[in-house]
Design a protein around this ligand. Structure first.
Ligand SMILES: [Cu+2]
Length: 444
């Protein structure tokens, strides 16, 4: 069972009451997660008070983890999260990661069959500092060295470039540096806090919790086809964010560099912070998060100059179950390309869900309807085609220690406009079989 909240409980117990940890672990193994974290009446991760911070600093650090998604985004507090955790002095360290040795295949004229090893890792350290909490984050990927040139084969995927040409039917490799950022949070009064976040590589307040950190996408490591209409700004080269959290609400604003990472994946692309974004998030209960966000991106695509406005809305649900966990998301994302006359509007809709049971089984699904351009000839711009994709997959973890190793596979069915049939065939189908590795879940 991968209960992020339980992980938080365990981490808290580790420091505050070592003997309590065993009890929590035992409890987690037996069945359902507790309805509330820690002693009855303990506030949730949404509520930070200076008093709480003084009385139980490690408890506060532990609680917050379950709420925090990628960048400064939120996820449902009850979400599970695979991670390794260590206490070291005043610091609480967390290690996340995912590596997937995958055989990707597809049918049709643009079919392929190739091996790929997309991966990422993340280290996060948190501690109480002065009147607030300091978080430091470093996230990276060896994709530039372990995926084929241009990235992992994926039918209908577009976005970013390789060899001076826009990528088509490939998911770009992620950069060596995916996040190098820090955050400082100051609790103001019960339930509210102000925070600042920033760094040379980070995620502005735009879009849903990025897919790599999303509980509902935890078992489907393929980038959504909607990535560049929803959460692709998760790697922005230069970010400053300020935010206010008030009870169950969070309002944030960001200045960031709008350009997507360039073809050199192993450096940091310095440049002016030329883009802005704002996001409003609400977590009405432990199991729900929703957000609305919009951003003005200056020249995001290297090969297709022009600014765009991206708007997203999303709803995230997590339901701990007696036998496991069920996480789902509904995401809408839109790009408005301002350089086109008339303004070109692309929409995307994503629904995904993943169900975990008996500690080692995972079933997942994702449906997307997304407007894509440039699929015909691989030239920037071009007509927009609406693509539908449905993925269904299964994973079984065959080892849980010292690294969780799972074997799995999935199949994706596609539908597209008739004019793309000469390029893709009538019924293009893609599939993956893979071995997945990630850190064990110390929280249970
Ligand atoms: Cu990405």
């Amino acid at each position: 069972m991968r209960m992020r909240r339980l992980a938080a409980v365990a981490a808290t117990g580790l420091l505050v009451a070592p003997s309590a940890q065993a009890q929590h672990e035992d409890h987690a193994r037996r069945a359902a997660p507790p309805a509330t974290v820690g002693p009855a009446g303990r506030p949730s991760g949404l509520e930070l008070s200076p008093r709480d911070l003084q009385a139980d600093p490690m408890g506060v650090l532990g609680r917050r983890m379950s709420l925090h998604g990628s960048g400064t985004s939120w996820q449902p507090e009850s979400s599970p999260m695979g991670m390794e955790m260590r206490m070291q002095g005043a610091w609480l360290w967390q290690l996340h990661g995912n590596g997937m040795l995958s055989w990707n295949g597809a049918s049709g004229p643009r079919g392929y069959g190739e091996l790929s090893f997309p991966n990422w890792g993340m280290l996060m350290g948190s501690r109480v500092l002065g009147a607030g909490i300091l978080d430091l984050r470093a996230m990276g990927s060896l994709d530039p060295f372990t995926t084929p040139p241009g990235g992992t084969a994926q039918l209908f995927q577009t976005g970013e470039s390789f060899g001076g040409r826009p990528l088509v039917d490939r998911q770009h490799p992620h950069d060596l540096f995916m996040e190098l950022a820090g955050r400082y949070t100051v609790p103001l009064a019960t339930g509210s806090a102000v925070f600042f976040y920033g760094g040379p590589v980070g995620e502005p307040a735009l879009g849903p919790n990025a897919y790599m950190h999303r509980a509902s996408a935890a078992d489907n490591a393929m980038a959504p086809l909607s990535h560049h209409l929803q959460d692709s700004t998760h790697i922005a080269m230069g970010v400053l964010t300020g935010g206010l959290q008030w009870n169950r609400w969070q309002l944030e604003g960001s200045w960031f560099r709008g350009k997507e990472p360039d073809e050199n994946r192993s450096n940091i692309d310095f440049g002016p912070l030329d883009s802005v974004a704002a996001r409003l998030s609400l977590s009405p209960s432990r199991n729900w998060v929703m957000q609305l966000s919009s951003g003005y991106l200056t020249n995001p695509e290297e090969l297709e100059p022009g600014d765009l406005v991206r708007s997203t809305a999303s709803l995230h649900h997590n339901q701990p179950m007696p036998f496991g966990n069920w996480a789902s998301s509904l995401v809408w994302g839109q790009n408005r390309e301002l350089a086109e006359a008339p303004i070109e509007v692309s929409n995307s809709m994503l629904v995904e869900s993943t169900l975990d049971w008996a500690a080692r089984n995972h079933a997942y699904g994702r449906y997307e309807g997304v407007d894509k351009e440039g699929l015909g000839g691989g030239i920037p711009g071009g007509p927009i085609s609406r693509i539908h994709a449905l993925t269904l997959g299964l994973i079984r973890d065959v080892r849980l220690e010292p690294v969780v190793i799972g074997v799995g596979g999935d199949v994706t069915l596609h539908a597209m406009p008739a004019e793309l049939e000469p390029s893709y065939g009538a019924m293009p189908l893609s599939f993956r079989v893979f071995v997945r590795m990630r850190p064990p879940h110390r929280g249970h």
